[in-house]
Design a protein around this ligand. Structure first.
Ligand SMILES: [Mg+2]
Length: 261
């Protein structure tokens, strides 16, 4: 694939994580299975701690909200192995978290709880954040050329910081000028990109967004953001139309930012 030049007025690069800086399989095959496998253990161990209590409180509020809106909810089967109230309460949270994950819900309550579980795993060295080889050297090069670099992921800011704070290349958090998650808005909504431009303090036209998902690319484009679609192994196949419409790269090395101070 050829080199892709970004507009000369670009002042900030906005990077997606999953399928862009990091293999989709990292999230699918490592992070999410970790939650499922250690969920009950984690809750039992941390149940009495304030942070865990707050997480559980938020998850319960989410369940109530779901019931009010008549969304489907997990059915609790009577389990003979559960005896104490605490065990029952833990089982309820386990069922709900597994159900939300199976439904691919992106609720803040779920994201926050997962973030706390992952922090424990990263801090103990059981998980290391994966990034493609071309990512860190490219970001260093862009920064040396005067560009600011931000992350925008549907994973919580806390989860983002863990991934880059405990990455296979060590703590690389100092390479980023800021992090955005769905608190700023959904990635498939144009308004989110306007909000990000406002927070960064530049015009949407000065931002180049790198993502693997064309629905996100479209939303960013509609806001006036310049978009480059990243093609990585295991990413969703693009249609011929999408291939023709978007600038594509398979490696960050292909992004040409020459001309920047
Ligand atoms: Mg992505």
């Amino acid at each position: 694939m050829a080199t892709v030049s970004i507009p000369a007025n670009t002042s900030a690069l906005l990077l997606d994580i999953e399928g862009t800086t990091t293999p989709i399989t990292f999230v699918k095959d490592i992070l999410f299975p970790y939650i499922k496998e250690h969920l009950e253990d984690y809750l039992s161990t941390h149940w009495e701690e304030d942070e865990c209590k707050q997480d559980v409180h938020l998850l319960k509020k989410q369940i109530e909200e779901d019931m009010r809106q008549n969304r489907a909810c997990p059915v609790h089967a009577l389990d003979q192995t559960v005896h104490t109230d605490e065990e029952k309460a833990i089982r309820e949270v386990v069922d709900n978290v597994l159900w939300q994950m199976a439904a691919d819900r992106k609720s803040t309550a779920l994201k926050q709880f997962q973030g706390h579980m992952w922090r424990t795993a990263y801090a103990s060295g059981r998980i290391k954040g994966q990034v493609y080889q071309d990512v860190i050297p490219s970001i260093r090069r862009w920064r040396a050329q005067g560009l600011k670099v931000y992350i925008y992921s549907s994973g919580s800011v806390e989860a983002q910081k863990l991934l880059f704070g405990y990455s296979v290349e060590g703590d690389v958090l100092d390479l980023f000028d800021g992090h955005f998650d769905t608190n700023i808005g959904a990635k498939v909504e144009s308004k989110s990109y306007e909000n990000i431009a406002e927070r960064i303090g530049c015009r949407a036209e000065e931002i180049t967004f790198l993502t693997d998902v064309t629905r996100e690319a479209k939303a960013a484009e509609d806001a006036g953001v310049n978009v480059v679609v990243v093609v990585r192994p295991g990413n969703l196949e693009l249609t011929d139309e999408e291939r023709a419409h978007y600038n594509l790269i398979t490696s960050f090395n292909q992004l040409e930012v020459m001309g920047h101070a």
